[in-house]
Design a protein. Structure first.
Length: 269
């Protein structure tokens, strides 16, 4: 097992804070920037005060996904992230943008003083809802060095479940390439369900690459102890919500303090 360490502390639970639609999404239910900031601050407080160790923000409400991150998205996510950093100066924070690419999330992370980015298509190519996306590892490593943001860690997805890889490699080889060729600081593995996710982690574990292996989704209060028996850390969101679904109501639902406490307690078992 390899510990995911952020800001000098071990992290096993990472919450994905999915933000509601913002005005630029051109959706009827879009929220103002101040409303989105309030949502982020309120839920970050629920997470941290009840034991979650790290979180990242993501513009999940802004759909359909743009071909690349737009200037207004970058500006608004930076504003939300900066508000979080002011309120939680010592907390492990990260960024994940829906639009493909590495430059925008790295720039946001540096501007808001975040600790990590999650990049969904790091190597190879995948077919996703927005089309065919090609890996951004070269862009990530070069741009991170160019802006002198080497302290921002890259958590790279290998075969994210929201897309289908073109000419997929065996999972061990894909992870080896992400960590050796792509210099990823951690690898996120997400199958169609938790069972598949943990099988992927177990297979990669046999060829240890020296970076944390993170279960990327599908973890619940009932399964988190099992997941952490195999993976080094887990990413969670829906299981913490008052409305635990991917519906519009679920997206805008707050995290439930009682659910968060139960999840954290189960993770410690």
């Amino acid at each position: 097992m390899t510990t995911l360490t952020v800001r000098g502390r071990a992290v096993r639970t990472v919450a994905a804070l999915h933000l509601p639609a913002m005005p630029s999404a051109a959706q009827p239910g879009a929220r103002s920037l101040s409303e989105v900031e309030d949502y982020a601050l309120r839920n970050a407080r629920i997470a941290f005060e009840n034991g979650i160790e790290a979180l990242y923000i993501q513009d999940l409400g802004d759909s359909p996904v743009a071909p690349s991150a737009t200037p207004h998205t970058i500006a608004r996510i930076t504003a939300v992230g900066s508000a979080l950093r002011r309120s939680f100066p010592d907390a492990p924070l990260g960024v994940c943008l829906m639009a493909h690419g590495a430059e925008a999330p790295l720039a946001v992370a540096q501007a808001m003083d975040a600790d990590f980015v999650r990049l969904k298509v790091y190597l190879g190519a995948m077919v996703k809802a927005e089309g065919v996306l090609q890996g951004c590892a070269w862009e990530a490593i070069q741009y991170r060095a160019a802006i002198r943001a080497e302290e921002v860690r890259i958590l790279a997805d290998v075969y994210d479940r929201t897309g289908i890889p073109l000419a997929p490699l065996p999972i061990r080889e894909a992870v080896r390439q992400a960590t050796t060729y792509g210099h990823a600081d951690g690898v996120v593995l997400t199958g169609a369900d938790l069972g598949e996710t943990l099988r992927m982690v177990s297979e990669v574990r046999g060829a240890e690459q020296g970076v944390p292996l993170i279960a990327g989704g599908g973890v619940t209060v009932e399964t988190v102890a099992r997941a952490l028996g195999t993976a080094d850390a887990v990413i969670v969101s829906t299981a913490l919500k008052r409305v635990a679904s991917w519906s519009p109501a679920g997206l805008e639902s707050d995290w439930d303090p009682q659910q968060v406490r139960a999840f954290v307690l189960a993770a410690a078992l």
